[in-house]
Design a protein around this ligand. Structure first.
Ligand code: G16
Ligand code: MG
Length: 220
C-alpha cells in the first residue's frame, strides 16, 4: 500500500542536472581536462565533495584540502548563477500535475536530495509548498547510495519504508531507495536504471493509478 512518495530533486522535479554538468565541466576545463557527459552520469545524486573527488580522479589531478574547498565553492557559485535563469516553467513536464494528484489522494510528499541548494531551487520554481518534509544535503550525514536520506523522509512522514515510493533519476539514488526497502521508480532509461522496480521516461501522462498498478504487479 502506497502512503507516501519521496522525490529526488535534480533530474526528477527539475532539470538542474544540466547546470551541474556545465559547472563541473568548467571546473575540469580550468584544471586542464574535459568531463564527458557519460563521466558526468556517475556524479548524479552524489554529494558536492564526493563529486569533486571523482572528477579529480578522472583528470588525475591532486589538490590540497584548501584548494578542494575553494574549487567546490567556485563550482557552486557558478551553478547557482546558472540556476538564477530558472522559473516555475522549468519544473519538469507533468510533475506539478502528478503532485496535485498525490495531494488530492492525501499521500505524504517528501523530498530526498543530496543537494544543499534544494530549498533555494524549490523556491525558484515555486514548488516548496508541496513538500511536507525536506531531507537535503544539509541534513544527511551519509549520501546516496546509503538509504539514510529516504529513511529520514519516511520517518518525518510517519510512514513505514514499505509504504513509500521513491522517484529517482540516478543509479546511486535507486540503490539508496532499494536499501531503504522502498519501491523505486526510475525516471529515465531502463538500461541505466536497471535496479529500479519500474522505469518511466518522465511524469508526462503518468498518473497515480499507473503507479498503483505498477507497484501491485511487482513482486517485492
Ligand atoms: C544532487 C545532484 C548531484 C549534486 C548533489 C549535490 O543530488 O544530483 O549531481 O552533486 O545534488 O548538490 P549541491 O552541490 O547543490 O549541494 P539529487 O539527490 O537532488 O539528485
Ligand atoms: Mg537526481
Amino acid at each position: 500500500l502506497i502512503k507516501a512518495c519521496l522525490f529526488d530533486l535534480d533530474g526528477v522535479i527539475v532539470d538542474t542536472a544540466r547546470f551541474h554538468y556545465i559547472a563541473w565541466r568548467q571546473l575540469a576545463n580550468d584544471l586542464g581536462f574535459d568531463l564527458t557527459e557519460q563521466e558526468n552520469e556517475q556524479l548524479k545524486g552524489i554529494s558536492r565533495m564526493e563529486s569533486l573527488e571523482i572528477i579529480l580522479g578522472i583528470g588525475g589531478v591532486e589538490l590540497s584540502e584548501d584548494e578542494k574547498l575553494s574549487r567546490a565553492a567556485e563550482k557552486n557559485t557558478r551553478y547557482l548563477a546558472l540556476c538564477q535563469q530558472m522559473t516555475p516553467d522549468d519544473t519538469l513536464p507533468g510533475v506539478r500535475a502528478f503532485l496535485d494528484e498525490l495531494k488530492v489522494a492525501s499521500m505524504g510528499i517528501g523530498l530526498g536530495s543530496a543537494s544543499k541548494n534544494a530549498k533555494i531551487i524549490l523556491e525558484r520554481i515555486d514548488m516548496l509548498s508541496y513538500f511536507q518534509t525536506i531531507v537535503d544535503g544539509n541534513r544527511i550525514t551519509k549520501g546516496k547510495p546509503d538509504p539514510q536520506v529516504f529513511l529520514m523522509g519516511a520517518d518525518d512522514l510517519d510512514t513505514l519504508p514499505e509504504n513509500c515510493v521513491v522517484f529517482e533519476d540516478a543509479v546511486a539514488g535507486i540503490q539508496s531507495a532499494k536499501s531503504a526497502g522502498m519501491f523505486a521508480v526510475g525516471i529515465g532509461e531502463k538500461s541505466v536504471l536497471a535496479e529500479a522496480d519500474f522505469v518511466v521516461p518522465g511524469f508526462n501522462d503518468f498518473h497515480l493509478a499507473d503507479l498503483v498498478a505498477a507497484s501491485e504487479s511487482t513482486v517485492q
